[in-house]
Design a protein around this ligand. Structure first.
Ligand SMILES: *Cc1c(COP(=O)(O)O)cnc(C)c1O
Length: 224
């Protein structure tokens, strides 16, 4: 785990995260999705000034307020939805995000496809997998993944390019990362979104193509 003084700048934190990623997966590009939920605007600006362009947001509404006006200023901005999506927000999500990482059920696949047809915009989707089979957690169960993938790509025509998981809290993450990597390989999917502040280096070593880093990148949430 990287450790930095509490008052480290976002620029310093970002550099440390990028170095840690390079050390964990030498010569392989691992994208750093900066998870910006509940971070003050000053830190978002600092990340942009440092050259960061890839951000992950949990809520459609918060993301729209934060990013709509910045699209014109930063044309190379890329936004990932990493939080759960309700079908009544599908159109807003399709309008704003470049990648939707949290597709996890047929109803949502159908709703996203309808929104994409209507708006003429086709963000990539990742399927979120509930690798720990936790009752209250978002994500499709591993045993139902093939069926959802076939439905989303076949029936709905969505572009599914990867898988995403959030391992159970307080459990070793490695078996979950290994399972997600195996499932993606079986489906021939290129992208693997796994790893957060506490375990992104492990995830990178285990094949992550995208790590979602919040507090290690920006500093503690709801502070500063
Ligand atoms: C908040 C969040 C993260 C980042 O969490 P940190 O522990 O702060 O790095 C990653 N993924 C998702 C889905 C999140 O909600």
């Amino acid at each position: 785990m990287i450790s930095l003084p509490q008052d480290a700048s976002v620029g310093e934190r970002r550099s440390a995260c990028l170095s840690a990623l390079e050390a964990a997966a030498p010569g392989r590009r691992v994208e750093l999705v900066a998870a910006s939920k509940r971070q003050p605007d000053g830190r978002i600006e600092a990340a942009l000034v440092a050259g960061h362009r890839l951000f992950g947001e949990n809520r459609v509404q918060e993301a729209r307020e934060r990013w709509s006006h910045r699209r014109a200023v930063y044309p190379d901005l890329r936004l990932h939805l990493i939080g759960p999506l309700q079908t009544n927000k599908s159109e807003d999500a399709v309008a704003l995000f470049d990648t939707i990482e949290t597709l996890d059920r047929e109803k949502l696949a159908r709703s996203l496809a309808a929104a994409m047809d209507k708006l003429g915009r086709r963000p990539d989707c990742y399927i979120q997998v509930n690798t720990g089979e936790e009752p209250q957690k978002a994500g499709v169960l591993p045993g139902a993944l093939d069926e959802l993938h076939a439905f989303a790509t076949g029936t709905c025509g969505l572009t599914v390019t990867g898988l995403m998981c959030i391992p159970p809290a307080g459990e070793p993450a490695a078996p979950h990362f290994a399972l997600l990597a195996r499932l993606a390989e079986e489906l021939g999917l290129a992208h693997l979104s796994m790893g957060m502040s506490g375990d992104f280096e492990l995830a990178a070593r285990m094949g992550a193509t995208h790590v979602r880093i919040g507090s290690a990148f920006f500093g503690a949430r709801d502070a500063g």
